[in-house]
Design a protein around this ligand. Structure first.
Ligand code: UD1
Length: 420
């Protein structure tokens, strides 16, 4: 296992964001809807992507991944079982269920189980697919489904925490080959879902309303192959924005769509940063020397993303005053609080709230990464804290940040990967 060793760093320069992991994962699952060749460009080389490609292979595809381009075509073997050993490492693999039911008419997909950021049920996925007519049984930790009679329907997909990104992906993908018209009310509006809809349309699907809470899908007989450019990773871009704020550094972030980051840029502005949007895919972040406290509420898109809550919490440790963070998506997603407090932060957690008393300094310590985004937060903390920080279990970060050390080092960061 590796660890990161970090020292306080003044960063400067430009960084280019990779392709989005969360957008690419459902695109890879969508290739199961056709026997023809699909080519996807701008795919980040990350552990989660490699896992999804293994699952696609197990499900009967031939896969090539070279220089950020994935080529997927029909393989010699046919499969419909997504095994626990692969699914357990990554929940997104559950979105193979919808495509398998629609194309192969049967599926056996391991239930993903809980994870460190909370319970993370899949009831909305199952409800949506059952309403489309799938017969689903849970047996020995697997979701076993029959998709012989999928029929379009009006489906309400809202849950206790609002819309669900991957449940929307699953149901939308299954509906593309179901008979008749499906409407999904309370669909997720995330750019990753919008991009999936555009990809499916390229394959020949009939979809309208992507990017809104009401999706309409008219089933077609067959989908074909296509070539597609994956969108940029808005969460990686937001992580570099939080890093600029916490380290008081001027950073130019290239290759990311600023319109996917409106709530994040608004928050950075309220904290006192100057933001200059340069063209369609670039922005300059110039923090002021003293950051202002803000209140953040995480919400489904276009609200502030839960996947940037931990990183912005670090920046708020340096804001002069008290900030309140309300976590509305995953009320238990606060594992990083204890680690940040070990570095000298003053954060109190109460249920879904974290009160950050900012304005002091952070000091280097040995800290433990608990999940992907919390790891990114600890890296930011290490680059802003006095003296040496060691972040253990960085395999979490390798799941979601392409070339993070290389990119940070090119900005002047003192970061080293060592054996733990
Ligand atoms: C996706 C993202 C993840 C992000 C999350 C919320 C990917 C690969 N992952 O995860 O990084 O943190 O969106 O923006 O894109 N819920 C239910 N029942 C369900 C499904 C979800 O109650 O069947 C709840 C969840 O527990 C959570 C909320 O709905 O409270 C939103 O979760 P969801 O949007 O489904 O997250 P994912 O799609 O799994």
């Amino acid at each position: 296992m590796d660890k990161f060793v970090l020292y306080k760093s003044a960063l400067k320069g430009a960084v280019t964001v990779s392709g989005s992991k969360n957008a690419a994962l459902p695109l890879l699952a969508a290739t199961l809807l056709t026997d023809e060749e699909c080519i996807i460009h701008h795919v980040p080389d990350l552990a989660d992507i490699r896992t999804m490609l293994k699952i696609i292979e197990v499900l009967g595809k031939e896969v090539k991944f070279e220089d950020g381009t994935v080529t997927i075509k029909a393989g010699k073997k046919q499969g419909y079982v997504a095994p626990y050993r692969l699914v357990r490492t990554m929940r997104a693999s559950f979105c193979c269920l919808g495509p398998l039911l629609a194309k192969k008419k049967k599926a056996k997909v391991s239930l993903p189980g809980g994870c460190i950021i909370g319970v993370r049920p899949v009831d909305l996925h199952i409800k949506g697919l059952e309403e489309l007519g799938a017969k689903i049984a849970i047996e020995k930790g697997y979701c076993i489904g029959d998709g012989k009679n999928l029929k379009g329907k009006h489906i309400y997909l809202g849950g206790a925490f609002g819309s669900s990104v991957l449940a929307t992906a699953n149901v939308m993908m299954a509906a593309t080959l179901a008979e008749g018209e499906t409407t999904i009310e309370y669909a997720a509006c995330e750019p990753e879902i919008e991009s999936l809809a555009v990809f499916l349309k390229r394959m020949g699907a009939d979809i309208a309303g992507e990017g809104t809470p009401m999706l309409r899908v008219r089933g077609v007989k067959k989908l074909g192959g296509c070539s597609f450019e994956n969108i940029a990773d808005r969460i990686e871009a937001g992580t570099y924005i939080a890093c600029a704020l916490a380290t008081n550094s001027t950073l130019q972030i290239n290759g990311a769509n600023p319109y996917h980051l409106t709530s994040v840029l608004e928050t950075a502005k309220k904290m006192g940063a100057q933001i200059n949007i340069i063209g369609a895919d670039s922005m300059l972040i110039e923090p002021k020397s003293v950051l202002k406290p803000v209140n953040i509420v995480t919400l489904p898109y276009p609200g502030f993303p839960t996947d940037l809550q931990a990183q912005f919490m670090v920046a708020l440790c340096y804001a002069r005053g008290i900030s309140l963070i309300t976590e509305k998506i995953y009320p238990d997603r606060f594992m990083h609080v204890a680690e940040l407090n070990r570095m000298g932060a003053h954060i109190q957690r109460s249920g879904p709230y974290a009160i950050v008393e900012g304005g002091g300094a952070l000091y280097g310590a040995e800290v433990m990464a608990s999940d992907l985004r919390a790891s990114a937060a600890l890296v930011i903390a290490g680059l802003s804290a006095e003296e040496k920080t060691q972040v253990f279990r960085v395999y979490h970060i390798d799941r979601g940040y392409e070339k993070i050390e290389e990119k940070l080092r090119s900005l002047g960061a003192k970061i080293k990967r060592e054996k733990q």
